[in-house]
Design a protein around this ligand. Structure first.
Ligand SMILES: CC(C)(COP(=O)(O)OP(=O)(O)OC[C@H]1O[C@@H](n2cnc3c(N)ncnc32)[C@H](O)[C@@H]1OP(=O)(O)O)[C@@H](O)C(=O)NCCC(=O)NCCS
Length: 436
């Protein structure tokens, strides 16, 4: 697990100078500093949320203490201590193939005050994050997005997708496996530890996944002060026949339409299953729950396996969305981190206006799927041309080069693209099962 303390890294000098030229100050905001409260208020305002209470500030302070929090300040304004822009980043790791991870610079809480928008502040912050990450040796950066139109210009592109799933339980009828283990209700207080334990096993096997953190699990459990529906949270644990906890389902129940008591909506807050048996047990529990007409779950696999476990697959609807956006900074380190399905020998010309990934790269994959990546000699012909965003989307094998070529985002002969696709096909479809 990556251990870099990102809080200790210097602020990017280019972004500091660009902001200073606009009369703005770029500064780190330690969570244990008095500047944290205005920082959190600015984040909440940026995401159209309510002003946090004193309890919420203290809870968020605990959760965000390990983070690198950066603010942009307009000292000439009426509230000079309140940032006009915010960003939160930290070192974590990304699973690139089952059992294989790579350091990831995660970015969150990007906001610019509506009073200071469209002056290049987001650009200064994002490019500053990328330069700081690259200088610290991070091979790629990632984020989850509220809008799909913002981050492509800095080389981010979707690499893992997720579905919002709705199951009409009256149509579904369970036909899937009947798991041999047992289910038990467990307390909310026990959930952060249980979720963390099961998720750690799950995320290491799933490309596109990252670890969670205590504050995230406390939020899922409804234990944070901002969890308005915390008292409604219920959870069951699945233990296999040997007694090992293999899965956790956390959910709430709400009245269904027209106050139909027999048709409550079961909303899944987390369903983490270490293995097919636990997944079947927990989905069956949700779908067969008495007095429930609909089960809703977000951040599920793009093609949800549960549709194969019910009599009427159209009782399951899945709405796909891009979820995990990645941005390669170091091509050799990133492409050589994962394992591939086939041998390959190509030269890729990557275009990166910010410079990090720009160049022609020789990608040689041996019969065991192990890659070697170097700057390509000028004598080698280029087989595939693409932007850094397109390469970031291809990384985990969640989209095919031929699909991106159809959109004009990748260029190469049909044979070269087919060979790339055959090599990049993943063991497991990429998925990120949390927000960050
Ligand atoms: C999105 C946001 C961070 C942009 O900040 P900003 O300082 O106004 O952006 P900049 O002035 O640096 O603009 C950089 C570029 O992004 C574009 N852009 C900015 N916001 C955009 C948006 N919402 N949709 C599409 N493009 C946008 C700008 O037009 C500019 O384009 P250019 O590079 O072609 O000139 C800001 O509007 C905001 O805080 N929104 C609410 C919170 C939010 O959605 N955060 C994103 C979390 S994932």
């Amino acid at each position: 697990m990556a251990t870099t303390d990102t809080r200790a890294l210097a602020l990017d000098a280019t972004s500091a100078a660009d902001l200073e030229a606009s009369g703005l100050e770029y500064a780190l905001v330690p969570a244990d500093h008095e500047g944290f409260e205005p920082f959190l208020r600015a984040v909440s305002r940026g995401f159209l949320g309510e002003d946090p209470s004193a309890d919420e500030v203290e809870s968020a302070r605990r959760a965000l203490t390990p983070r690198r929090l950066t603010g942009v300040f307009d000292r000439s304004g009426v509230a000079p201590e309140s940032p006009v822009a915010t960003v939160d980043s930290w070192a974590t790791e990304l699973t690139v193939s089952p059992g294989r991870t790579i350091p990831l610079w995660s970015i969150s809480a990007v906001t610019v005050a509506p009073t200071h928008r469209r002056r290049g502040i987001a650009r200064a912050m994002l490019t500053g994050e990328l330069r700081t990450a690259a200088a610290a040796g991070f091979p790629l950066a990632g984020l989850t997005v509220t809008e799909a139109t913002i981050y492509g210009r800095w080389g981010f592109s979707p690499a893992a997708w997720a579905s919002d799933v709705v199951v009409d339980t009256r149509r579904a009828r369970w036909t899937g496996p009947v798991a041999p283990g047992r289910l038990d209700f467990v307390s909310r207080e026990s959930l952060p530890e249980r979720l963390s334990r099961v998720h750690e096993r799950v995320r290491l096997e799933r490309p596109g996944s990252v670890p969670g953190w205590e504050g995230r699990w406390r939020g899922v459990a409804g234990l944070t002060p901002d969890a308005k529906d915390g008292n409604k949270v219920r959870a069951v644990s699945y233990r296999d026949a040997a007694g090992e906890e293999r899965g956790i389902l956390v959910y709430t129940l709400d009245p269904g339409p027209n106050d139909d008591y027999s048709a409550h909506v079961l909303s899944v807050r987390a369903l983490f299953a270490d293995g097919d048996e636990a997944a079947a047990a927990l989905w069956r529990f949700a779908i067969e729950h008495d007095l429930v007409g609909e089960v809703k779950a977000s951040l599920q696999p793009a093609v949800p396996p549960v549709q194969w476990m019910v009599a009427d697959r159209r009782a399951v609807t899945a709405t796909l969305t891009d979820h995990h956006w990645l941005r390669i900074l170091d091509v050799p380190a990133t492409l050589s981190a994962r394992r591939y399905a086939r041998a390959l020998d190509v030269v890729m010309r990557v275009e990166d206006p910010l410079g990090f990934a720009d160049g022609a790269w020789s990608l040689r994959i041996d019969a065991d799927g192990v890659a070697e990546v170097d700057a390509a000699p000028e004598s080698r012909a280029v087989d595939v041309e693409l932007s850094v965003g397109a390469l970031s989307s291809l990384l985990l094998g969640g989209v095919r080069a031929r699909e991106l070529a159809a959109a004009g985002l990748v260029h190469g002969s049909a044979q070269a693209l087919a060979e790339v696709d055959a090599a990049f096909v993943p063991d497991v479809a990429p998925l990120l099962d949390i927000w960050y």
